[in-house]
Write a protein that binds this ligand. Structure first.
Ligand code: GLY
Length: 403
């Protein structure tokens, strides 16, 4: 088969490689700053967000060693209400943003000890989280298993519907004049030491003033990206189920009124009830490379654990199972900002927090693209932190090489 003939098209100020929510929000916000923007993606609005549950869980997903990331997560959570208002106005599309709060519960003594630790960390970090007895948890959510041993009520961890969010961003981008190239970026183009755009699979050669690599876990394997600026992202598989909630008679309590989470057998489990009637159950976390197979074992474990938490879920129709790839980074935090290659910026590696970090990512990337300066809040997440590590490690690694 002959390769497609090369066509050169336009010269936008910005080319965004990847049309998931991170690429779309970057494009939308950059267009809002008066820049001309193109997005390259065979299926914009898809990507990891198509699978994600959409928890905005800055507090309940806090981990030891991630305090710097917590600052960015909280900043983004705080921007959500205004962001949603602007986005829904710009695109005229609903996003399913729901200020419902989260309840994280413990099913046994080990889970309880784990939650106690988390509560200590949250309190020490100045976060709003309230310890509840098992009985208090069940009073809030009567469908919980009778054996629930206690929990954390976090009224500030909300949710959004990532599929609707992606669609709303897509429409807002179109209305803002963003041009979509529905083709895969095959290669970053570099001329005279500067990133100049991309070669697409359909033969289009897109040249742009600045290029943003926002292709999720695929960002680490785009051809043409020089080794020293290649983002260290890897795919982390998550399997997720979608069930249908029962129609409740008006005035009767909801099946679940908020997101419910637990750690079951050492793995996180969450149930996210949407106003649309969808109940999302997630998620596995698997280091299996590019595999997106939905497995019997994955579905079994999710249903088994969800049933332990909320026994009534076995009555609900199972309507969908799917798997996606979180873009994991070495420190679980995103890579935001310019690279050592002039003209190439990164917005990737958001791992478990892509949906949560969407508003702040759009803001900092647009500021960078419009002014050339990365806002202070994003500086700890600059790709340079990994370049610095590899520079420092290089002499030692070279010494350790067998001769
Ligand atoms: N933030 C939820 C997940 O990554 O599964």
């Amino acid at each position: 088969m002959h390769p497609p003939a090369t066509r050169t098209t336009g010269h936008p100020d910005v080319l965004v490689i990847g049309g998931g929510i991170i690429g779309l929000v970057t494009a939308w916000r950059a267009a809002g700053r008066g820049l001309t923007v193109a997005v390259a993606d065979p299926a914009p609005g898809g990507g990891a967000a198509y699978v994600a549950a959409g928890m905005l869980a800055a507090v309940t997903e806090l981990h030891y060693g991630e305090q710097t990331l917590l600052g960015l997560n909280l900043a983004s959570a705080g921007r959500y209400p205004r962001f949603i208002e602007e986005l829904e106005e710009a695109g005229g599309q609903p996003t399913g943003y729901r200020r419902c709060g989260t309840l994280a519960v413990a099913l046994d003594a080990d889970d309880r000890a784990h939650l106690r630790e988390l509560h200590t960390l949250q309190t020490r970090s100045g976060l709003d989280s309230q310890w509840l007895t098992g009985r208090e948890c069940r009073r809030l959510e009567p469908m919980l298993a009778p054996g629930v041993r206690g929990g954390l009520r976090v009224d500030g961890d909300h949710q959004v519907d990532p599929r609707r969010l992606a669609h709303a961003l897509l429409v807002a981008c179109e209305r803002a004049g963003v041009v979509f190239h529905r083709s895969r970026a095959e290669r970053l183009t570099v001329d005279a030491g500067r990133a100049t755009g991309a070669q697409l699979a359909d033969g289009t050669r897109l040249s742009a003033g600045q290029t943003v690599l926002a292709a999720g876990s695929f960002s680490g394997r785009l051809a043409g990206v020089p080794e020293e600026v290649r983002p260290p992202v890897r795919p982390v598989k998550g399997q997720v189920l979608r069930l249908r909630l029962p129609d409740m008679p008006p005035g009767s309590p909801a099946f679940l009124s908020r997101t419910v989470r637990a750690v079951v057998r050492g793995g996180p489990l969450y149930l996210v009830p949407r106003e649309s009637g969808e109940l999302v159950v997630g998620a596995t976390s698997e280091e299996l490379g590019w595999d997106t197979t939905v497995t019997a074992g994955g579905v079994y474990e999710l249903l088994r654990d969800a049933h332990e938490l909320v026994p009534g879920i076995t009555e609900l129709p199972l309507v969908e199972s799917c798997a996606g790839l979180r873009p994991g980074s070495p420190d679980n935090a995103p890579l935001l900002g310019p690279t050592e290659l002039p003209g190439l910026h990164l917005a990737t590696g958001h791992f478990r927090n892509g949906v949560l970090l969407t508003p702040v990512t759009g803001d900092v990337m647009a500021e960078l693209l419009a002014t050339g300066s990365l806002p202070d809040e994003a500086r700890p997440f600059s790709p340079a932190r990994f370049a610095a590590i590899s520079e420092a490690a290089r002499p030692r690694l070279l010494q350790e090489q067998p001769v």
